[in-house]
Design a protein around this ligand. Structure first.
Ligand SMILES: Nc1ncnc2c1ncn2[C@@H]1O[C@H](COP(=O)(O)OP(=O)(O)OP(=O)(O)O)[C@@H](O)[C@H]1O
Length: 445
């Protein structure tokens, strides 16, 4: 074995309640003796293990069986192990991926991370206790993140990767349901802080300014509340880990100012102490409103705004990433089926057209719930257009909607107007009129 590296893909598939027997692990190593060594080590973690030295066998086994984790020996950045990891990205969903290498190599590390990995272990430091803990942690990590490949999401993907190795305060900005919370978790799980806590502050849920302050700084000893672990506030819980402050605009200004101090000076004062305590966690904020506008309206702390506005990651709406709709839908179908022990249905052409032509006002969240609904309603082995129930909204008949549908239809048919008109259920004259009205070039494809 030339190099061994353990990496794991963040899983968005919650198998927290799975019985341990369902935690099956497949090991791939091109060298039989290395595969055996790995099998020996991983078996000690209490996981059921199967080993293969052939990529095609590994693919076949993964396609036919329900494995929760894949361990891959990756010798160099272009080895078969890498190709296997890459293949699983598009094919096998809901599986955690673990790669193994012998020597530290930054290029290899980056490449494996780009393939969706989030942990890194070296062969020489395969300590059973640590490995068992890492596997347990992986199984707890919520649902699986699906790597989006559309042109519209590429900028965002690059920033996500860069943010994993940064420690700077970050603001995730974007409309509802685009995946801001999922991205915050993804960044934490891929950062050096991954073994520390990821703490979420759901600002819209807090009642009063006083309660919110307690939630961040901690409660007087003796008072019980599900949000305070040992009376610790969120800041103390997230110290060393990541604190994700979702929908920061809902925080009372007074609390926003406390957070500005935490960011600027790296300290906070817990409720039950009089002296300051060092805060070494990372804070990730999210917003779906324009914070600059809120500052102008006097509704958002200028001090906090100055701390967070320089590092913004904008998450695009699904309508800017049209090529993600079907791959995401297929990912959700596979997830649903894996969770419910069902065989995976295929989307018919009609269903694909219907999904492609819809305006996803609530973005990925709406797509996800639409697919879950379809999965629980379809009969047979395909999901057809009638199995998909879409909730029409006013926006769908708006100007924006028409442009979206026309461009989508033209992209889908590679610029063929007759086919695009058919897809949109209009005649060609109307299509030309719509294109003109929307300023869409005749050559658009
Ligand atoms: N790339 C992805 N792969 C898999 N699931 C995703 C992906 N992006 C988003 N989702 C899913 O879409 C749903 C909405 O995502 P999320 O809650 O992160 O959005 P949000 O921007 O935080 O929304 P809001 O601001 O309304 O709370 C979640 O179920 C999330 O798991």
């Amino acid at each position: 074995m030339d190099e061994f590296l353990i990496t794991t893909q963040n899983s968005l598939m919650n198998i927290d309640n799975d019985p341990p027997s369902s935690r099956r692990l497949l090991i791939y190593s091109s060298r039989i003796e290395d595969g055996k060594k790995l099998e020996e080590v991983f078996s000690k973690t209490g996981t059921k293990v199967q080993t293969t030295n052939s990529v095609s066998d590994a693919k076949r086994i993964l396609e036919r069986n329900d494995f929760s984790m894949l361990v891959v020996a990756v010798a160099d950045k272009d080895c078969d192990g890498m190709k296997l990891l890459e293949w699983t990205n598009d094919t096998i969903l809901g599986i955690k991926k673990v790669g193994i290498a012998k020597n530290q190599c930054v290029e290899l590390y980056n490449k494996v991370y780009k393939l969706g990995a989030d942990h890194l272990f070296y062969f020489d430091s395969l300590v059973i206790d640590k490995l068992t803990l890492a596997i347990e942690e992986l199984h707890k990590n919520g649902k699986r993140w699906f790597e989006r490949k559309s042109g519209g999401f590429q900028g965002c993907s690059k920033r996500i990767i860069a943010e994993c190795s940064s420690d700077a305060t970050l603001l995730l900005a974007g409309p509802h349901g685009v995946g801001k919370s999922a991205i915050a978790r993804l960044i934490h799980d891929n950062s050096p802080r991954r073994s520390e806590p990821f703490i979420v502050a759901e600002c819209a849920h807090y009642m009063s300014a006083a309660e919110t302050m307690d939630i961040f700084r901690g409660k007087e000893l003796g008072i019980k509340h599900p949000l305070y672990r040992n009376q610790q506030g969120l800041l103390a819980q997230a110290n060393r880990g990541t604190l994700f402050i979702h929908e920061v605009c809902h925080l009372p200004i007074h609390v926003q100012e406390v957070l500005a101090t935490v960011i600027q000076r790296g300290v906070f004062t817990p409720q039950n102490l009089t002296k300051e305590v060092k805060f070494s966690g990372r804070i990730i904020f999210s917003t779906n409103v324009d914070l600059a506008e809120k500052v102008r309206a006097g509704e958002f702390s200028e001090a906090l705004y100055h701390c967070i506005h320089s590092n913004v990651l904008r998450v695009p709406p699904l309508s800017d990433c049209l090529d993600d709709v079907i791959p995401l839908a297929e990912c959700f179908i596979k997830q649903y089926c894996a969770e419910n022990g069902l065989s995976v249905p295929r989307l018919t052409k009609g269903a694909i057209n219907k999904l492609n032509n819809h305006i996803w006002v609530s973005n990925v969240r709406e797509l996800y719930s639409t697919i879950v609904r379809a999965c629980s309603e379809y009969r047979g082995d395909t999901i057809g257009k009638d199995d998909i129930t879409l909730y029409e909204t006013e926006k769908e008949v708006s100007h924006h909607s028409r442009r979206y549908r026309v461009t989508k239809a033209l992209q889908h048919t590679k610029g063929n107007k007759a086919q695009a008109a058919k897809l949109l259920e209009i005649n060609r004259t109307t299509l030309y009129a719509w294109m003109k009205a929307e300023g869409i070039s005749k050559d658009y494809r």
